[in-house]
Design a protein around this ligand. Structure first.
Ligand code: SF4
Ligand code: SF4
Length: 99
């Protein structure tokens, strides 16, 4: 199925890459992605025990909140969240056109 596509002001085609996943185990709750998202897709939530990776157990006390994809259907696929994330938490992918 063809992906959702857009067009720039100058008429060049582009393919949005939507935020489809956020790795809770690597997120440090820095909020950078939240600041750049213009669509209110993201929301800070309390970090649970399940979100702590084995590599990160030493830091578990210091990180109490992590980001979540609270409103994924509002994402426009701009990719800004992925570009600013220092921990590469996001998976951004093209999406098929709805039937
Ligand atoms: S891709 Fe853009 S609209 Fe979607 S969550 Fe990231 S910053 Fe927000
Ligand atoms: S920018 Fe990355 S590490 Fe920072 S809150 Fe967002 S997902 Fe988490």
């Amino acid at each position: 199925m063809d992906p959702i596509t857009g067009i720039t002001r100058g008429g060049k085609p582009w393919t949005p890459e939507f935020a489809t996943a956020l790795n809770a185990k690597t997120c440090i709750g820095c909020g950078r992605c939240y600041k750049v998202c213009t669509r209110d897709v993201l929301e800070l939530i309390d970090r649970s025990e399940d979100d702590i990776s084995e590599d990160d157990e030493d830091d578990s006390e210091s990180i109490s909140s992590i980001m979540s994809l609270a409103n994924p259907d509002d994402c426009t696929g701009c990719g800004a969240c992925s570009r600013v994330c220092p921990k590469a938490c996001f998976t951004n992918t093209p999406m098929p056109l709805a039937a």
